[in-house]
Write a protein that binds this ligand. Structure first.
Ligand code: SF4
Length: 325
């Protein structure tokens, strides 16, 4: 990992309009991502965790400009990606890639593996003729597949092998930054470990920078350098992995961690069960969004939203009572 900030997300917001009636009038907004800021250094893996519906996937897609933001900036290597023109955007696509959750629906069933992976190489003019084939085979081999499988179709592969094809397709363009969006969640538990190991070894070998999105803290724990915890469209805690697991500050993080299986017999845990359901992002609670489920909530919590603030060691928490509870 280097000190160079590769990606800087500043005050990012993504609101989806809610439309009703024959005229499809806008009657409100789903605040999927609400004023989120963070940075990722080159070669770093930042894990992003939270319950489903908290806005993780929307962040991943917005920072790749697959969906446009409502407000805010994503600075990649010094440039705001939302200001780029069509040609610059196309070039950026080779540097910023995504690996999706579902290896079944994200591969075109009518193309063989060589065509699926070679398509991107040709489109971005990274090689021609036989060189395309060589690049495809080289990437397939890095991902644990082989040349003999180039002419096979997606339905001939298992779920784990398909995810290897998706990884090869994303990495063949030699990107610098990759969003792994629940990249192992659709796989059997026995296959998950193989794919996470593969992602980790490719990250080291190719000096990749990952935003690793998952609802599963044990998966994020294995691969990440730092971890950001999201709740209802906001980041509530962000810290180095070891620090977060040893000293979680936010009550929501503590509840999430209490559900992760202990790694050693010494690591004793008391399960914290949160009361109630996650509120709707179309009508988030005022003040601290977690106050409707927080065991420590006081009067101020329903009135004022806490800021995400760092301590002396760069451990960020958004809670009025950090260090007191
Ligand atoms: Fe709980 Fe209040 Fe802290 Fe929010 S600000 S996490 S409600 S104690």
């Amino acid at each position: 990992m280097t000190d160079h900030t590769l990606l800087k997300v500043k005050n990012l917001k993504k609101y989806f309009p809610i439309r009703k009636g024959v005229m499809k009038r806008v009657v409100g907004f789903v605040k999927a991502v609400d004023d989120v800021s963070f940075e990722i250094n080159e070669g770093e893996v930042l894990g992003l965790v939270g319950e489903s519906g908290c806005g993780k996937t929307t962040i991943g897609r917005t920072i790749l400009n697959l969906i446009s933001p409502t407000e805010g900036e994503t600075i990649f290597d010094g440039r705001n990606i939302y200001d780029l023109n069509g040609r610059e955007n196309k070039k950026l696509k080779t540097q910023m890639q995504i690996i999706f959750q579902d290896p079944y629906s994200s591969l075109n069933p009518r193309l063989n593996v060589g065509e699926i992976i070679g398509e991107a190489v040709r489109e971005h003019k990274m090689a021609r003729g036989r060189q395309v084939h060589n690049k495809v085979v080289e990437m397939l081999e890095k991902c644990g597949l082989n040349e003999g499988q180039v002419r096979r179709y997606p339905h001939e592969f298992s779920g784990g092998q398909r995810q290897r094809i998706c990884i090869a397709r994303s990495l063949v363009l030699q990107p610098r930054f990759v969003v792994c969006d629940e990249a192992v969640s659709a796989l059997d538990v026995s296959i998950q470990a193989q794919i996470i190991n593969l992602l980790k070894s490719l990250q080291e070998e190719m000096n990749l920078t990952y935003l690793f999105i998952s609802h599963d803290l044990s998966v994020v724990r294995f691969i990440s350098d730092r971890i950001a915890v999201m709740y209802l469209g906001e980041i509530v805690e962000l810290a180095e992995k070891k620090e977060l697991f040893a000293h979680p500050e936010h009550p929501y993080t503590r509840a999430l961690l209490s559900a992760v299986p202990a790694q050693t017999p010494q690591e004793k845990k008391k399960r914290i069960i949160l009361k109630g359901d996650i509120p709707s992002p179309a009508d988030p609670p005022p003040g601290c969004r977690f106050h409707t489920r927080c065991a420590y909530a006081k009067e101020i919590c329903s009135k004022e939203a806490p800021e995400l603030k760092p301590d002396d060691h760069g451990h960020f928490t958004a809670c009025h009572f950090t260090g007191e509870i």
